[in-house]
Design a protein around this ligand. Sequence first.
Ligand code: PLP
Length: 369
Amino acid sequence: MQRRQLIKNAGFAMLSFSMARDLIGAPLPTITNDRIQKGTTPIILRANENPHGPSPLARVAMQEAVGISNRYQWDINGLLKERIGTLTNHSKEHITLGAGSSELLGLVCLWASYQKGHVLASEPTFKLWMPAARKMGLATQLIPLTSSKHNDLERMLASINGGTRLVYLCNPNNPTGTAHDKQTLETFITQACKSCVVLVDEAYTDYYDSPSVAHLIDRYPNLIIAKTFSKVYGMAGARVGYLLAQPTMIKALNELQAWANAGPSAVSMRGALAALDDHAFVSYCKKENDNAKKIFCDGLAALKIPFIPSVTSFVYFDGAAYKKSIPTYLQSHEILGARSFEEKSTWLRLSVGTTQEMERVVEVLKMGG
Ligand SMILES: Cc1ncc(COP(=O)(O)O)c(C=O)c1O
């Protein structure tokens, strides 16, 4: 029975990773649940997960919330929206919650697909939602990054035309870790919002002191901001994300949800509420991320591997001059996650783990370089 369950679990794990592989593009190594149970997991640096989370307060809150999970999550949904509203100076009508922000990116695409037209985005950027958007009939127009691996905002603006329904801007951008300053962003949003809906994905703004542009939703009825608890709050598997926009836009998006029960579970939302109070944990994660990232970037510099300075929890670097294929070589040393996001490119992304994990990555790279 136990063995059968293990095989079943392994099957689920393989299935979920092969789905992720399809969505993201580049192949991801599989990690079966029995390896996780045996404690022989490799160093996992593939999806910008927080290696320290969830926060101590969120853990306790989620454990306690199991006891009330016989009830629907409506009240907690309201509490979390109110709390986010207080933090962002908005009402709960400006917020919708999702089982992770990717669910909500899909919802915005669904909305845009009804408007008939296309979505404009950078190449490369966070693309997980694109295959679903295409299936909804929303064509994607991709604008290459600048040579410094920044979103090419000028070209994006110039490419907006009568058929553009949605502009997706990931700031800081995944996989490159680059960000725009407040003024540049505001100018871009002001221009782009004249013609279409602009969706700014702020999954990584919490990792550094970047100004969020969430306040601009008061000025622009067609601006939507996506946020997540998956990164600095360390709750990727708990699945909590949210959108901020004007109430009319939020209402239009909510009408595309099956009913009020879509989105995160009561347990996850209790965790998210507690995570918002755990300031010590967030500061710790940011500091540890900076330290671990520095270890990795110093190692890359010592190996003369070019990299893009990153304000996030991952680093984009060029493996062209390295003697071996970095993804394969690291994988052979149980370090998973280095992969390419651009076609026929030698640039790779690796998530930042703990300081010890990044020391090990540098040690392995130095051995093989
Ligand atoms: C830029 C960006 N947006 C959204 C997401 C999705 O996050 P969630 O776990 O909230 O669905 C990710 C996940 O890696 C991401 O990198």
